[in-house]
Write a protein that binds this ligand. Structure first.
Ligand code: BG6
Length: 445
């Protein structure tokens, strides 16, 4: 990395994301020695700061502090960087409102940023298919697709990165990963927090745009895509795109938590959903007939993201006289606990046959001693390395929007009490994720 000197520029550098995630991630990468000694980090924004004032915003101390500098506005940014030396690679993080992505890309190119430059952008990438496609077209005028990194921070979560490893590095599961053996796939993302200070954005988005179009769709891609020919990012993206083309929504129910319209910044007559449950189908040979259920929302009773695979029952239950056949489930715990649990049925010790639901557990905290890195560390590092694997392509975002389009802002809006999940209208036997705990030192959810 040292041979190719890198400059990392953060646009919108005094904002919340830079403070909470980006600068701390860069600080860790430098501390761990992963980011080359000569990497320069430049904050850029509308406010005027001296380098010293900017460093003070993050309590930056040496040796990290001397890598940090600040420049007001994009005009003159090239000069500012040139003063720091020659950089063969420039990574520019847009910590900016998406509405200004296109004009900012234009300004950067006018300022002289060229083929050495890559940009990282954050969701939302459009608000529907049309706007997403338009954004992709506008950005393509200034930056080649190979130099655009669309960030979906879920892809950088450790337990999410493990999904492809679990599926494609273990021979055990490959033969059963299909509609012959799997009854349903369920993805669930629950948060206890409400819209907080992000009402202005969230109220125009809703949970379908905020979480389902991006994070949940990406999780589904990883769970159900075909094996790629290689781990080259383009090969993985091809398989995701192939899968996304086969997905459609069978039903979707939207809900809003009680009191949402009284939140500061929310329209009093808002019809924005804060919870949604969806049933999807995947029309390909592997998955036809296996439904996918998604549920996702805010102000629920817990914070957790899990993916469950429920297997079909055996053709005959030879233990029928000892109790109902209990189907097997594999649960991927994404957060806050990270691990995989495979539920099985076992014989309870004793002179009689008694069946008991048991579990085989893999838990990160019991299996590894290494700290789990923050998602933004990995994403920034990968952009510096030029690795697109954990980023989303233009085609993936557009196809995800196409899938969601028929249900966006449509249908009745149910309600639910804060701190509780809606009963839901879907005929589905939801996996009780709360029953699974990997027994690591952390308390159960
Ligand atoms: C963001 C959404 O993309 O993801 C937020 O905009 C949501 O509304 C957040 O709270 C959840 O991320 P995490 O990593 O806390 O699960």
């Amino acid at each position: 990395m040292e041979n190719a000197r890198t400059a990392i520029i953060i646009l919108g550098a005094s904002g919340d994301l830079a403070k909470r995630k980006l600068i701390p991630a860069l600080l860790n990468l430098c501390r761990e020695g992963v980011m080359g000694q000569s990497t320069a980090i430049i904050g850029c924004g509308r406010s005027a700061f001296t380098d010293g004032e900017f460093r003070a915003l993050f309590n930056a101390s040496e040796p990290f502090a001397s890598r940090l500098s600040y420049h007001k506005g994009i005009a003159g940014l090239k000069h500012h960087i040139a003063d720091k030396g020659e950089f063969s690679r420039v990574i520019i993080f847009f910590s900016l409102p998406p509405l200004v992505y296109s004009e900012t890309a234009h300004e950067l190119v006018s300022e002289g940023f060229g083929s050495e430059t890559s940009i990282i952008i954050e969701k939302p990438f459009g608000a529907d298919y049309q706007t997403a496609a338009a954004l992709n077209r506008q950005l393509a005028r200034y930056f080649d697709e190979s130099r655009i990194y669309r960030n979906d921070h879920y892809l950088a979560k450790e337990a999410v990165q493990n999904i492809l490893v679990f599926r494609f590095a273990n021979s055990l599961f490959y033969p059963v990963w299909n509609n012959q053996f799997i009854e349903s796939i369920q993805i669930s993302a629950a948060e206890t927090q409400g819209v907080g200070s992000r009402a202005a954005y969230f109220d125009t988005a809703g949970i379908l745009r905020d979480m389902v179009q991006n994070h949940l769709m990406q999780l589904l891609c990883l769970m159900t895509m075909e094996p790629p020919h290689s781990l080259a990012p383009e090969r993985i993206a091809e398989k995701k795109v192939e899968l996304l083309r086969a997905i459609s929504i069978e039903s979707c129910n939207r809900y809003q938590y009680e009191g949402y319209t009284r939140e500061p910044g929310v329209a009093p007559d808002s019809l924005t959903e804060t919870y949604a449950e969806l049933k999807l189908r995947i029309d390909n040979f592997r998955w036809a007939g296996t439904p996918v259920y998604l549920r996702c929302g805010k102000k629920l009773d817990r914070d957790s993201t899990e993916i469950g695979i429920r297997f079909k029952n055996l053709p005959i239950n030879v233990f029928a006289q000892y109790g109902p056949a209990s189907c097997n489930e594999i649960v991927f715990m994404i957060q806050p606990q990270e691990g995989i649990i495979i539920s099985t049925v076992s014989k309870e010790p004793g002179n009689e046959i008694r069946l008991k639901q048991t579990a085989m557990t893999f838990c990160y905290h019991n299996s590894f001693t290494k700290e789990i890195p923050e998602a933004y560390e990995r994403l920034l590092l990968d952009a510096v390395r030029g690795d697109h694997t954990l980023f989303v392509t233009a085609a993936e975002t557009e196809l995800s929007w196409k899938i969601l389009e028929p249900v966006l802002d449509k249908g009745d809006l149910g309600s639910y009490p804060q701190g509780d999940a809606p009963a839901g209208k879907m005929e589905v036997d939801w996996i009780e994720f709360g029953n699974y705990c990997c027994n690591c030192s952390r308390p159960p959810i």
